[in-house]
Design a binder for this molecule. Sequence first.
Ligand code: EPU
Length: 430
Amino acid sequence: MLQVARIVGGRRLQGEVRAAGSKNACLPILAATLLTRDAVTLRNVPNLSDVQYMLEILQHQGAEVSQPAPGTWVVRAENVSHRTPYDLVRKMRASICLLGALVGRLRRCEIALPGGCIIGPRPIDLHLKGLARLGCDIRHDAGYVHVDASKARGEYVFLGGRMGSTVLGTANLVMAATLTPGTTRIDSAACEPEVVDLCNMLVRMGAHIEGIGSPSLSIEGVERLHGCEHSVIGDRIEAGTYLAAGAITDGDVTVRDIAVEHLGAFLDKLEESGVKIQTGKNFVRATGRPTKPIEVTTQPFPGFPTDLQAQIMALQLTVNGLTTVTERIYPNRFMHVPELQRMGAQIDIEGATAIIKGGRPLSGAPVMASDLRASAALILAGLAATGETWVQRLYHLDRGYEAFDARLTALGADIQRLPASQLPSGFGEE
Ligand code: EPU
């Protein structure tokens, strides 16, 4: 059943919220369970539609999955199929992270190419370049990529691309290299905390990886990996979204169970804009609202994350003066802009830069979510707007935020999830 969110703006958010397990750490970690025949136990797994979907794909590949407790999943992949059909890949682009796991485990795979998505083209040329450098034979046929890794050996791979490093490309190459004979050295590897979490889990499975967290990784292939238990890191993007939600309402929000160092660039920008930040072991508290315009440029970690770009834009709409937001990861990731404009926002796009003339009043409106982070940004804007905001296509939000509306309600927001049939007439297509 399609659902919408109705937000009545003007409430101040206050209180504590716990960050759930990270979606973007969890997806490649789930794929990595295919690297062993043994059972792998994962804890702190968020309850998200993307995670459910990845579990279904693992089952399609032949794995058995069970959930002994909320947030804990056990995956056992005694037998694994080497083929992942288009039907599965097209629904979730991140399923491309099966590539490295299948190549590692089976020395071959056939996986449908994912194609682009709403935030822009999503090529996998670097993933394939990395595998080709290891000596994999790669063939394209009818929308599928066929990889034969029977002759693969460890090699030096420079994995940087036009936009810098690649997160899932690094994850794929690392997974493949763990079971490839010889030593694979990767330069310009992604340093995102989600990649670090995957590497830490692989080490628990018996992989030999050096340089974890740096752009230079060295992986010495082993003959087999074994089962392990692993707890997924807290979601820095979700945490940042709650802090922005607090700040947009001049509130006082504390996020717990989050590694503060994963949020460095984001917290730096919040502070620069005038929000008071307090940090401690595994928590961040944001008090007050932003008062100063800022310049934001998205970059690979440890730079400002593209996945918090839409949210900081919503936040800066409330600040007098010109804020600029430049996208260096996905230059067209501005689909939230026309929807924010429907709420009264003044934003001009020039190339990959959005120029935000902040301080104009926002007024509630029916708006359409186009992707995961855009949905969060629209809800944030709704918290600061006068009147009612109706956010449609809520399924985008549920891909990456666990019980977002319930958690905002607990912080004091006036937000309700309703069946789309309750949209006021003339408010939208749903
Ligand atoms: N790129 C290439 N060639 C490649 C791969 C990537 O040119 O072979 C380019 C991309 O087009 C992009 C840049 O490199 O311009 C970075 O893309 P990356 O490969 O790092 O993205 P990803 O691994 O596909 C993950 C997250 C995204 C997040 C990006 C960037 C997952 C499941 N997804 O995608 O998360 O935006 O890294 O940090 O981990 C989200 O959660 O909303 C989301 C989109």
